[in-house]
Ligand binder design. Structure first.
Ligand SMILES: Nc1nc2c(ncn2[C@@H]2O[C@H](COP(=O)(O)OP(=O)(O)OP(=O)(O)O)[C@@H](O)[C@H]2O)c(=O)[nH]1
Ligand SMILES: [Mg+2]
Length: 444
């Protein structure tokens, strides 16, 4: 999983909150320390870490939880909101006629991203031109030319000419009838003065609408100063975070974004042309925290459950195959739907079970289960029978819970599986469930 480093430690922060019996000043201080450690380990800039945790502490101690939310849910929500606030700075790259200039250090993914963007725009029917203004790496023009050929986009370059602004000027003249122009520039090992000057000159000629800083997601502490230097030179309007398919920590992104006040527009998720995703701060932070859907965790999505979600849950239940992963998905769906009774009552034979369940307690338990499952391997989720003592110990350590918590989860899974089997073995029940699904009326 991406951002594993930061995700894991933040998850144990959240685990600590959900395990605590109530929220008081001590807990908030402790959680804040944990959060600091997690962010610092992920190479988030120190000033930013202090700013975030200060806000979290203040809000956690001052704000009252909204009606219907527990104090713990509220603290989790605050952490989430403060992290999103750093990253959520506006709209993704608009699909409109424009000039885009790529900037960034050596090897960060500028040229590759230029090709990916060219493809996205031309796919939407724009007339795209690529300009190769990297005059320092001999193979740079050929690389862009190949990408251009691959996506069917014209490339302007002048191998041998070292005057980048002049190349851009010629390119703009040649591409007068294009409506999206993407300019690839040189990378360097450091932030030498001459590179900065060259970028300023290219930018003056190109007058780009967007100056996109391309940043390898593995860049840590250096991301802040790097971003600041490029920002001073050309005014960064957006950040593309590349190599998100790797094991990067991603903390650099937070720092870069805080420095430039620019938004992240895209994530590079692979070497292929199609491997570019629009950035979504909510999703990014959810992934960072290691939860499939933090919003559902915090019951924010309660009202957004569609019939399709419900139907899918029901269909999963019908399939007869029931792994821990399925249970996880179901719990998530159930959590999204809100009151557990509603979902349970939808399943014949479950209607009296709900009375035995303490609803408040079940939300809490759900959260703990999620943290535990996030520490399990795919293999273990597929077949929980392999989780014996030593694996249970490893999982417990990873999730920051006790061994008995892990055993409880497995026990719960075994029970659910048994219930599910019994239910599906009953032909009358199956038929009833089928009928409800086909009728589209799930009683919700
Ligand atoms: N896995 C992965 N690799 C990427 C991604 N983006 C770029 N790369 C790879 O990173 C390497 C460098 O990419 P380039 O696009 O050449 O980087 P650059 O910034 O143009 O490099 P210079 O022009 O030398 O400064 C290449 O091997 C790319 O295939 C990504 O999102 N995921
Ligand atoms: Mg390049």
């Amino acid at each position: 999983m991406v951002l594993e480093g930061l995700g894991k430690s933040l998850r144990s922060v959240l685990g600590r909150i959900s395990d605590a019996s109530n929220v008081n000043e001590d807990l908030v201080k402790e959680v804040s320390k944990d959060l600091q450690r997690a962010l610092l380990q992920a190479d988030v800039n120190v000033q930013l870490v202090l700013a975030i945790t200060k806000r979290v502490e203040e809000r956690a101690l001052q704000e009252r939880p909204p009606a219907g939310k527990s104090a713990k849910e509220h603290v989790i929500r605050i952490i989430y909101e403060e992290l999103v606030a750093v990253l959520d700075r506006g709209d993704p790259l608009p699909m409109k006629a424009q000039r885009i200039m790529m900037v960034g250090l050596y090897g960060q993914g500028k040229t590759t991203t230029a090709g990916k963007l060219a493809w996205q725009f031309s796919k939407k029917g724009f007339k795209v031109g690529l300009i190769a203004a990297d005059v320092h790496r001999p193979a740079a023009y050929d690389q862009l030319l190949q990408l251009g050929e691959k996506v069917g986009v014209d490339v302007h370059g002048e191998p041998g000419n070292e005057d980048a602004p002049a190349i851009v000027e010629n390119g703009l003249r040649r591409f007068k009838d294009k409506n999206v122009i993407i300019i690839d520039t040189s990378g360097r090992h450091g932030l030498e003065e001459d590179l900065i000057q060259e970028l300023k000159d290219v930018s003056a000629v190109a007058r780009p609408d967007e100056r996109l800083l391309v940043l390898d997601s593995q860049v840590g502490q250096q991301a802040g100063p790097q971003a600041a230097a490029f920002h001073d030179a050309v005014g960064v309007t957006g950040v593309v975070l590349t190599k998100m398919d790797g094991t990067a920590k991603g903390g650099g992104a937070l720092s870069a974004v805080a420095q430039t006040k620019a938004r992240i527009v895209h994530l590079g998720v692979g070497e292929q042309i199609r491997d570019l995703e629009p950035f979504d701060a909510d999703r990014f932070i959810s992934r960072l925290l290691g939860m499939g859907d933090v919003q559902s965790l915090m019951e924010l999505a309660k009202d957004n459950v569609t019939d399709a979600d419900v139907e899918e849950t029901a269909r999963n239940m019908m399939s007869g195959r029931f792994t821990l992963k399925d249970m996880y998905n179901q719990m998530e769906a159930v959590n999204k739907m809100g009151p557990l009774q509603k979902v349970m009552s939808m399943i014949p034979g479950f209607s009296n079970i709900e009375e035995k369940m303490d609803m408040e307690d079940s939300q809490q338990r759900l959260r703990r289960y999620k943290v535990i499952m996030d520490s399990m391997t795919d293999e273990e989720l597929e077949d929980p029978r392999i989780v014996k003592a030593s694996r249970a110990r490893r999982i417990a350590t990873g999730a920051g819970v006790s061994g008995s918590d892990v055993r409880e989860l497995i026990k719960q899974y075994n029970q659910s599986k048994k219930m599910m089997k019994g239910m599906l073995g009953n032909r009358k029940m199956r038929k009833q469930l089928m009928k409800q699904m086909q009728g589209g009326d799930l009683g919700l």
